[in-house]
Structure formats: C-alpha cells, structure tokens
Ligand binder design. Sequence first.
Ligand code: GDP
Length: 499
Amino acid sequence: MAEKTTLIERPPVIAIMGHVDHGKSTLLDYIRKTNIVEGEAGGITQRISAYEVMHKGADGKEHAITFLDTPGHEAFTAIRSRGAKVADIAILVVSAEDGVKPQTIEAHKIIVAAGIPFIVAINKIDKEGADIDKTKVSLAEAGVYVEGFGGDISFVPISAKTGQGVSDLLDMVLLQAELEALQGDRSVPAEGIIIEANLDKRKGISATIIIKNGTLKTGQFVLADTAIVPVRMVENFLGKPIKEATFSNPIRLIGWSELPKVGTSIFSVSSKKEADQLILDRKNGKAPLKNTPVKETDEAVIPIVLKANEAGGLEALEHEIKKVKNDRVRIKIISSGVGDITENDVKLASGRENTIVLGFNLKVDAQAKSLAEKTGVVIQTFDIIYKLSEWLENAINERTPRMNVEEATGTAKVIRLFSKTKDKQVLGGKVEKGVIMLNAEVKILRRDFEVGRGRVRELQHLKNKATEVPEGKEFGALVESKIEIAPGDRLEAFNVVQK
Ligand code: GDP
C-alpha cells in the first residue's frame, strides 16, 4: 500500500495513577465532564474504561487526548506485565493534604518501569490543610524531584473538585506529548492493546481496545493471540457505532471467539482466511509476533546458492528454478555464480538455515566438501536440468510445513433450547449438511459469524443415544459452551486435520 511514510501526530494516551483517595477518579470525572465534545456527552453514558477529550493547546488548536479510566493500578500493571505500553504519559496524583503515601511510591515505580514520562498533579489545593511545598518535599524524599525542588519533573497544583488548575494540567499533557513526538500512520492495519474484556452471556464476548497505530475498518478481522473478532460494528467510547477508528481511539468490539487477555496486543487483517490461518499458526506455536504481511510469515523459503559452469547455463537454471514452487514454499536464490563449488559457497550457505548449494555441470572442490560435512550444508550437483528440477520438487515437498486446517464435517440448525445449567445446554436441532458427531468440537454461528465454540457431550437421535447424526435428521444434544446458544444459531462441527 503506502510506500512513503505517512506519519502524522498521534494523540497521547494518559494513565492517571496515585494513592487511593488522592483524587484520581474525581480528576477523571472532572476532565470527562468538562472536555468531552459537547453534544456527544449528553444523554450517552460512557460504556468503556477509557475516553477521549479535546483540549485547546498553546497553539490555539484543539487537540485530542485519550484517558484510561481504569480503577487503581491493577489494569495498568496487568497491561505492563505483558510488555505492552498502552499509556504514553502518566499523571501521578498526590494529595496536597497527605503528601506521598505508599501507593504513590508504588505508582511511581510502575511508571518508571514502564519507561514513560509523567507529570505530578498536586491535588486538593482547595482544602484548608493543603500544603503544596510540604507535598513537594515529601515527593523529593520519595525520589520524585519536581521542578524547583532539585529536578525537572513538571508539576501542576490542581483541585479535581473545583477544577482549578486542571486546564493547566491538560496544557502540560499536550506539551509533554509534543516533546514525545508521538506519531502514527493511518494507512497501515490497526494495532492496539486490549484494556478490558468481558463475557456477556447474551451478547457474547466484548473487549475494549486502545488503538495505537493504523486504521481499523468494518469488514476487517481483529486478532488478539488466538482470539478473533469480525469487525461488524465498532463502538466508540460513548457506545456510538462508527465505521472506522484510528490511533488513540478507545473502541469496543463485540463477538470475540474467546475472551482475550487484558494487555494483549491486537492487529487487524482484511480477511477471515488470513485471520484463521494466523490463529492456527499461533495455536501450533508458529506465532507471528508482529503485524507482518501473511505472505512472508506463511511461506517457508528454501535459500539456494546456485553455481554453473557457464553463464548461459546459469540463466537457464534460474529460469527453471523459478518454476519450482508450491503455495507454502518458495525458493530464493541468495547467490549465483559461474565456476566450481568452493569453500566460499558453503560458507555462504551455512550462514542461513536450510540453505542448499546446487551445482550444474561442475565439480565440488575438496575444501568445499569437507566444510559441507562439518556444517551439514547439502550440496547437490546435476548435469541434466530436468533432474535438478525433479530433485528440487522433492526437496520442496519434504520441507513443506504441515498446517493444521479446520475442516467442517457438518452443520446443524438449532431449533429449540430445552435447558441450561452452568455451561451445559440441552438443545434440539436438525443436521443440514454432513454429519454431527458425538464429542465433536463445534463453532456456534450466529448470522454466519462465529460467536463462540463448544463441544457436543451427548447426542441422541430418535430418543436413542447416537454417535453420529446424518444430514436431514433431527437430534437432541448436550453442548458444553460458555456461550448461550439460541434457536436459529448454527452449529458447525469440524475436525482439525494436518495438510
Ligand atoms: P481516588 O481513590 O484516587 O480515585 O480518589 P477519589 O477521586 O475517589 O477522591 C477521594 C475523595 O477525595 C473523594 O471524597 C473526593 O470528593 C475527594 N477529592 C478528590 N479531589 C479533591 C479535591 O481536589 N478537593 C477536595 N476538596 N476533595 C477532593
């Protein structure tokens, strides 16, 4: 897609931390009330634990800021422990009445460990007992040196209750964000972090994501480890449906295949096929960690060092070799040259795993042979082109990684639901295609989208126990699933087969 970089400024994501009762929630409430764009706030309640506000910066322009509205440090720590960096800047709230307390110190440690900058908000300055200077001293004693007190950490005296100083605090946040030069690229697939996930027995699994880069659009699929969700509807933090979302937007996606873990990184892909394959790879331990294009991660490459006795032969060989491939393995000529196979060719090959040295109409010198034996590099020579092609085809087949593929064995429509106890549901249905087997794993499809999975624990046909029920027949089944199955849903039984 976009070849040149299309980096633009990205709004900062802020975490508010500090000791209990020092005013984190009050501050979050105040900012939410006063800064959420008018018209949007009225009537709609924030449904997820993050929100976006607009604030006019020193440049006179309105800038977006995202706040994580998470209770205490738990969520932040959970996210941190998974190595994800969700917040760009932290605000450390300290009460001017109490000064530094144990959780202030703890919060400071977490912020330092996260490697993000922070601003100190000295809160409750409206209170009679407030003492800003004393608070600064207690901060210095805890190793937090604010400006004018032996350090350069910015601080802002505020009252989260009256709002005094809060605008200055937001100015400071924007200033800090500018220093951080936070950037994002809208043209790439979305990447982000799960900040909360819930299981709702009726609606299925929902999760809140903070997008950290790229754009998420309806029609795409989002992956978090082995959990997947089709992006049918994106809800913004006010619960309003939006068509697309981009960096620093907090959004909610409903209909995950399994409960994603808080702190997991997510990314979007454009097709179900791509998503399914990535999940299978992950389940097989071949987990692509980043949002690399599927082609690169999916395809195995066999590197080749190619030698021939003369230039004309080399060209013909290259041409032939390009034809040898299958959809999972590709041959890559990493070097080609004229002359016998020497020690150098073997050295080159030994530097890359699984590299093969191929020669045509030539000799292999003695040093090359002995080094190949030591390093385990495979050398093959041929004097007929088609033999070389044949050999390569075999080599490719041998090296094709086996894939686990889910193959549907049957689908059934759920007609009625008889009973439900914890995780176990007794239902009646009709097999529409293929067969439904006892103990089969099933996908639960609602309007063609997978809302969850389950397993057939008991199966009956004509009131008798059955091990399988064929197409066209009705059956009763006990299905184990965390998802509440409803009449009209489809059960798709599948097998995982190696291909
Ligand atoms: P949290 O535990 O850090 O989220 O603290 P809260 O926001 O719940 O605040 C604890 C108590 O302090 C509440 O009763 C707030 O009303 C009060 N409070 C918070 N900020 C201020 C402030 O700036 N001034 C005054 N007077 N009270 C505050």
